[in-house]
Design a protein around this ligand. Structure first.
Ligand code: AMP
Length: 478
């Protein structure tokens, strides 16, 4: 064979192998990325994230030590969160319930655009020592659709201007395809009626009116929203209540609390909120008994404890924490909602005193709420215990058929609800601590969230038996 012919044959061979080579490059591409830190422990990941600036979204990807899987660690609110990156049987990567990708770097690119169940979108990379200063080049351009997604046909005008030319066009590069939203971006207090499309579909209702599904149009695209629509014949009192709820929600910003996006004053007064489409926790669990694991519930209740810790730090009392008021974005992501009874405490106050008793959820209330009308973060802790009981009973009704006065006698006599059958002993201990009679002796949310975190990590990190053992042997929360 002549040299020319040999060269041609070689070229043919390389071309025919191109898809495999491409795949090989793509599947190992993350190793060249500044955010990839290789095999390091969870603690070392935390140490690296905490060193230097700590902006929300700062992240790294690491190999989980024993299991051969990947983990994503990210900063939010000066706290590091860890997520396991799942890999399905066909080798695709995703966050729990999230969109699947062939490669880690594609998943990371996607998570920069869409939180997909994370506390927030990925932001700047926590740079590993090896690649600092270098700009990694991404694998060569591939045809759209090879990552399991088929982005819509696009004219150049629908591509974001900053899409690098040396890499594949990803679904999230298209404004048309990508309806992601960062709630912080669309947060606006006054929403124009023209920005809202209201569905007929009702998500729920109350004496104020109903909550409808809808779409909010903003500069960054369209977002699914939940819209609390005040009935037009409602009296001023109910209108004032809704304005107060909006006022409270407007001051809150936490991944585990339903965000208010704005108010729209049109044919009705409307409170526009981010959508938690999987609905109330109690209903979700009662219909999904067979598919939701205890670990899943621990994760959700850990999130609720973090949302409540945030409220406690901001000096807000919720006053209606219950499983019906924990809404799910998906099976792995919970948000606290319904601030209709909530109060902002004064800087020097640690409780709110209600002048008169109202239509109160007595079974969720601590003794001091019922006896003295005193509400504090500590009384929210009591309600958190009841909410945990509901969750671990898969949406069971607390105190079954007992009436309010029977419950009060039951509590006063020192009795407490029993451990639900599927509930881990450690979680029942937290509940009992939350039901400490004297509020001065009850743990605060800082303690409760800490305990939930350590238990959650111990069971979701089976690769580290010593940590699980330490958590199992940990002191009770007081
Ligand atoms: P509320 O009066 O706030 O308890 O809302 C009544 C019902 O509307 C709730 O139980 C939910 O089923 C539904 N709902 C309220 N807010 C939202 C939301 N942000 N996303 C999805 N559904 C919601």
């Amino acid at each position: 064979m002549s040299a020319v012919k040999k060269g041609e044959a070689m070229e043919q061979a390389i071309i025919s192998q191109a898809p495999q080579l491409e795949k090989l490059i793509a599947t190992t591409a993350h190793e060249k990325m500044p955010w990839y830190h290789g095999k390091i422990s969870r603690q070392e990941g935390e140490r690296r994230l905490y060193s230097g600036a700590q902006p929300d979204g700062k992240f790294l990807v690491r190999d989980r030590e024993e299991s051969g899987t990947f983990a994503l660690s990210m900063m939010y609110g000066k706290t590091v969160y860890h997520y396991q990156i799942l890999q399905d049987k066909s080798g695709k990567y995703s966050m729990p319930e999230g969109t699947k990708f062939d490669t880690i770097w594609q998943l990371v690119e996607y998570l920069k655009m869409k939180a997909d169940g994370l506390v927030t979108n990925l932001g700047e990379a926590c740079v590993n020592g090896k690649t600092a200063g270098k700009t990694p080049s991404l694998p060569a351009t591939r045809r759209p659709g090879t990552n399991g997604y088929t982005p819509p046909p696009r004219a150049p005008s629908v591509l974001k201007p900053d899409v690098p030319t040396d890499r594949e066009v990803l679904p999230m590069d298209s404004d048309v395809f990508n309806p992601y939203h960062n709630p912080n971006e669309v947060r606006k207090f006054n929403i124009q009626r023209t920005q809202l499309l209201i569905d007929e579909l009702e998500l729920g209702s109350g004496n104020f009116g109903c909550v409808k599904k809808g779409t909010l149009t903003t500069e960054s695209g369209q977002v699914d929203v939940a819209i609390k629509v005040l009935k037009s014949d409602n009296e001023k009192l109910v209108q004032d209540e809704m304005m107060r709820e909006a006022e409270i929600m407007h001051q809150l910003s936490n991944p585990f609390i339903v965000r208010m996006l704005g108010l729209c004053k049109a044919e009705n007064l409307m409170l526009v909120m981010e959508m938690a489409s999987a609905g109330p926790l109690n209903k979700f669990l009662s219909t999904k008994k067979d598919t939701v694991t205890t670990e899943n519930i621990v994760n959700l209740m850990h999130q609720v404890s973090m949302g409540m810790k945030y409220l406690e730090e901001k000096n807000f009392v919720h006053r209606d924490l219950a499983a019906r008021n924990v809404l799910l974005v998906n099976q792995q992501f919970a948000k606290i909602s319904d601030f209709g009874l909530s109060k902002a405490l004064g800087a020097d106050d640690n409780y709110y005193k209600a002048r008169t008793a109202g239509k109160w959820p007595l079974k969720w209330y601590a003794p001091e709420c019922i006896n003295y009308h005193k509400f504090s973060s500590k009384s929210d802790v009591w309600s958190f215990g009841i909410t945990m009981w509901e969750a671990f009973s898969y949406g069971g009704k607390p105190y079954r058929k007992m009436k309010g006065p029977d419950v009060m006698r039951f509590i006063d006599s020192g009795s407490r609800m029993e451990c639900p059958p599927a509930c881990p002993e450690r979680m029942y201990e937290v509940m009992k601590e939350c039901w400490t009679y004297k509020h001065e002796e009850r743990p605060d949310f800082k303690k409760v969230a800490e305990y939930m975190k350590s238990y959650h990590y111990s069971i979701s990190n089976k690769a580290k038996p010593e940590e699980a053992a330490a958590a199992a042997a940990a002191e009770p929360i007081k």
